[in-house]
Design a protein around this ligand. Structure first.
Ligand code: NAD
Length: 525
């Protein structure tokens, strides 16, 4: 069999009179009116419990969008049981059949479910139409299509050399046990990809999304089922993280975790797995994409417009809640007046408000907890003599969790917001003397406790070369003359090292190889 060659899904533009805008508006209205009662999906059952939790749009917290059923430890146990019961049939199915299921899911997202998944992402996670389109339509579709391509390459790999009278071969087995997929709130594409990539390679999965992502997760599950993912292969549960972890990480059949989320949570999970290692049948695969504190470094030769565009788009799209978002920058003094003026002009032109108005570029941050944390850091910055608030600095939670895009200029390159991940629309800038570029390179590297993304902006080839080499461990995705966000599946495999994860590059063959365990067979005649 040959599977169709993958192509990146074209991004629709949702212009004022476009058909896609009409469809999306209708989907938004329908979703707002529905008040869904969202179940967990365990085996062949939709499971509802007596504990109903609310889902409210972050930009409109007075509106009850839906409820979902929270489960407890017994539901985690049931999900593991259902997964293990589905295992033999699923791993016995020819890989081409599994490929077909996920290719069909990609087509369903691209066509009949595009408006619904985008509307769910917009309402549940407060993403504007464009940000939803590049995430929950295009990136999700790309993950599915490109992973099928990488899967094909894995299964079609050349066999090893065989000598006279001997036939050697290597077989790619799914992991022995089940995989736990733990997904973050900020990308619907990641929510779909983490369970799907493990399942594609013949594994059975227990999937727990962030509670703030359940509204879109429900649509993903609906599409997976319609595409033909058999009951029990992916089980979707809503259980408090530590409660789920307690059951999962004590289970002998736990064979791997596919995680995206914060560094601290991942480190705790790793530690728990280490403590329990003697309880498992096999060494579990530990794959995690975690936090970031991503940088933009401008060289004195850079064009000020390129720098300010990289900063404004890199830092504030989706309210800075991308793991790759620019959140610290180093700008030479000679460029600063122009960069500052450009940024102030752009930021004051941004409209802030709910996603239903397509003119709003900035929407709400995800939760009150996140809002309060950001407000606390902004207030501390305002009170600090070493910090200048260059733009923004206001916040308002009357209708939703709205935080203005905020730019801070600091005297100390190690100021707290230059180092910690805030995960919101706050960009901190250190302005350096032009002659001190080499010194700043050291500061950037030293501050890169996380190492996810970073950019050098320069027209000087020697400076580009120097930064590329010197910062080789400071970012898993390094950009030259561009913003540090917007990796495209199949074009820039994504992931970071140091505190940012195991760097198994989401949407790549490296990642898929983590979900199989090869067996070498030698037959002698
Ligand atoms: P989070 O760590 O709070 O949650 C991630 C998942 O872990 C959720 O499903 C959550 O419920 C669960 N969880 C939390 N505590 C747990 C525990 N003690 N035991 C078991 N499970 C637990 O992350 P988030 O706020 O949803 O997402 C934002 C974070 O994700 C940021 O740090 C961001 O940088 C990171 N992120 C990284 C990438 C990447 O590719 N590197 C991509 C997206 C997001």
């Amino acid at each position: 069999f040959n599977v169709p060659p993958p192509q990146n899904e074209p991004v629709l533009n949702y212009g004022p009179r476009s058909l896609e805008r009409v469809a999306l508006k209708a989907a938004l209205e329908e979703a707002r009116a529905q008040q869904l009662d969202i179940p967990m999906y365990i085996g062949d059952k939709e499971v509802r419990t007596g504990t109903k939790l609310e889902i409210r749009p972050p930009h409109d917290h007075k509106h009850l969008l839906a409820t979902f059923s929270e489960g407890d430890a017994s539901h985690v146990t049931a999900a593991i049981k259902a997964a293990l019961a589905a295992k033999a049939d699923w791993e016995g199915l020819a890989w081409e059949q599994r490929a077909a299921i996920f290719l069909k899911a990609a087509e369903l997202f691209a066509g009949p479910y595009r408006a619904e998944i985008n509307a769910a992402t917009m309402l549940g996670q407060s993403k504007n139409a464009y940000q939803a389109e590049i995430d929950s339509a295009c990136e999700l579709i790309d993950f599915l299509r490109f992973n099928v391509e990488y899967m094909t390459e894995i299964y079609k790999q050349q066999p090893p050399v065989s000598g006279k009278g001997v036939w050697n071969r290597v077989e790619q087995r799914p992991l022995e046990g089940f995989v736990f997929a733990l997904t973050p709130f900020n990308f619907t594409a990641i929510a779909g990809n983490l369970p799907a990539s493990a399942a594609m390679m013949g594994n059975v999965v227990v999937w727990k999304p962030a509670y703030t992502q359940i509204y879109a997760a429900n649509v993903i599950m609906k599409v997976f089922k319609e595409a033909g993912v058999p009951d029990g292969v992916i089980n979707l549960i809503y259980v408090d993280g530590p409660v789920a972890g307690e059951v999962i990480f004590n289970h002998p059949d736990f064979a791997g975790i596919h995680f995206t989320g914060s560094t601290k949570v991942f480190q705790n999970i790793w530690q728990t797995i280490g403590t329990n290692i003697h309880k498992y049948k096999t060494y579990p695969r530990i794959v995690g994409e975690t936090g970031g504190k991503d940088f933009v470094l401008a060289h004195p030769s850079a064009n000020a417009d390129v720098v300010s565009t990289a900063l404004v788009r890199g830092a504030f799209e989706y309210q800075g809640q991308k793991c790759s978002a620019a959140s610290r920058a180093y700008v030479p003094a000679s460029l600063w007046p122009a960069v500052k003026a450009n940024m102030q002009r752009d930021i004051t032109s941004f409209k802030i408000g709910p996603v239903e108005d397509f003119e709003n570029f900035i929407n709400a941050v995800i939760t009150e907890v996140s809002f309060d944390k950001l407000a606390k850091y902004i207030d501390a910055a305002k009170a600090d003599k070493g910090v200048e608030v260059v733009a923004g600095g206001n916040y308002d939670k009357t209708a939703g969790w709205f935080v203005e895009p905020t730019v801070l200029k600091v005297d100390d390159p190690y100021y707290v917001t230059m180092c910690e991940e805030l995960f919101g629309p706050v960009l901190t800038i250190y302005v350096y003397e032009d002659a001190k570029f080499d010194e700043v390179l050291n500061i950037v590297d030293k501050t890169s406790i996380y190492a996810l993304t970073g950019s050098i902006i320069s027209q000087d080839r020697y400076a580009i070369e120097k930064a590329t080499y010197h910062l080789r461990n400071a970012a898993g995705n390094f950009y030259i003359n561009d913003k540090p966000t917007g990796a495209v599946v199949g074009q820039q495999p994504f992931g970071g090292a140091r505190g940012s994860g195991t760097n198994d590059k989401a949407g790549s063959m490296i990642n898929l190889l983590r979900w199989v365990s090869p067996r070498t067979i030698k037959e002698t005649f």
